[in-house]
Design a protein around this ligand. Structure first.
Ligand SMILES: [Zn+2]
Ligand SMILES: [Zn+2]
Length: 343
């Protein structure tokens, strides 16, 4: 069963890498960047100074500037999965008379996903300029905890509207800033949050349909060949009934690329599905990732901020207007007129 150990190590490393990239890619100075700098400090004792400078420049380029590297990686992975799906899974499933619409569903989702990706990466996330500042500053009230009135962005030299944040990668302040996404190489703000939400959804749905079709194909193969009722002889010459581990090994040796892709797609589905659920939770509660991250410090008693008169500040999300209105706000960002109507 050596190959199963190798497979488990492979799956764990892919899952770990995917989870780390998803969690850390959105946040400048995140855990990954921090770990990388700590690792470079340790390695500085063994690696020549010149190589260190090159590595540091590469890491800086990767995590602290706008770069297409993650977009290229994203397209490469998508091409590899769809290449394998088209080349093998689609052809075999077609021969096994799977329904055509089911087999075409991943391509429809891909078209939708590419559309959302292009809209999300090219759309204005809500960049605060001198011309729109006056209207954007009126949209959200300052909650006095996460967003204080009168704070000026030192780079843009304008007063920060409530819920906005300066993105150091794009070097602009963004209205209703969520995070900077390296996978779409753009900030996620008030005006492109809807595209990002749909982009994540279609990505998770693509992984789900490809995983479902591939798993159904493998189950069909097992049922048709009746492998489960057979037996095998091990290295010591003993005969055993076929059990699940043998079956996985058998399928892996018969369809190595398909099983490999299925493992990868299932891991992607878990990570993307969890991330989409988190995005849905944020949308329903009218929070941005930035606000969720910052508000956590007010959850623990030892992190409560002490005000003059020794009053403890308890963070309360003042932007929530009910589940339905919160979700609507993602797809139709608030304007000054609506804010006036509301108040
Ligand atoms: Zn700024
Ligand atoms: Zn940005």
């Amino acid at each position: 069963m050596d190959f199963l150990t190798l497979l488990a190590i492979y799956l764990c490393s892919v899952l770990g890498t995917a989870a780390l990239l998803c969690v850390c890619s959105g946040r400048k100075g995140g855990f990954l960047a921090g770990s990388a700098s700590r690792a470079s400090q340790v390695l500085s004792f063994v690696i020549p100074a010149r190589l260190q400078r090159v590595t540091q420049r590469a890491l800086h380029r990767l995590f602290h500037t706008r770069s297409c590297l993650f977009v290229v990686l994203h397209i490469t992975l998508q091409a590899a999965v769809y290449g394998e799906y088209t080349w093998e899974v689609f052809v075999y499933c077609w021969e096994l008379q799977f329904h055509l619409f089911l087999l075409l569903l991943p391509y429809l989702l891909l078209a939708g996903n590419i559309g959302c990706f292009l809209l999300c990466s090219r759309a204005d996330p809500g960049v605060i300029t001198r011309s729109n500042h006056a209207s954007l500053v009126k949209i959200y009230a300052y909650d006095g905890v996460l967003f204080q009135k009168g704070i000026v962005c030192p780079t843009c030299n304008t007063e920060k509207p409530a819920r906005s944040k300066h993105c150091s990668l794009c070097n602009v302040c963004v209205h209703r800033f969520d995070h900077h996404c390296v996978w779409v190489n753009n900030c996620i703000g008030a005006f492109n949050a809807k595209y990002f939400f749909l982009y994540l959804f279609t990505l998770a749905a693509m992984a789900a349909t490809i995983a479902g079709i591939t798993a159904a194909f493998l189950v069909q193969v097992v049922l048709l060949t009746d492998v489960m009722h057979g037996s095998y002889v091990d290295d010591r010459g003993q005969e055993h009934a076929v059990e699940i581990l043998f079956l996985v090994q058998h399928l892996f040796l018969t369809f190595p690329r398909i099983v490999f892709m299925l493992g990868f797609v299932i891991l992607l589905l878990l990570v993307l599905g969890a991330y989409w659920c988190f995005s849905l939770y944020l949308a329903l509660t009218n929070q941005t990732s930035n606000e969720w991250y910052k508000s956590r410090r007010y959850g623990c008693s030892h992190h409560l901020t002490l005000q003059p008169h020794d009053r403890q500040v308890v963070y309360k999300n003042i932007y929530s207007r009910g589940v339905w209105m919160n979700l609507k706000e993602i797809f139709k960002p608030l304007t000054v007129l609506e804010r006036k109507k509301k108040t």
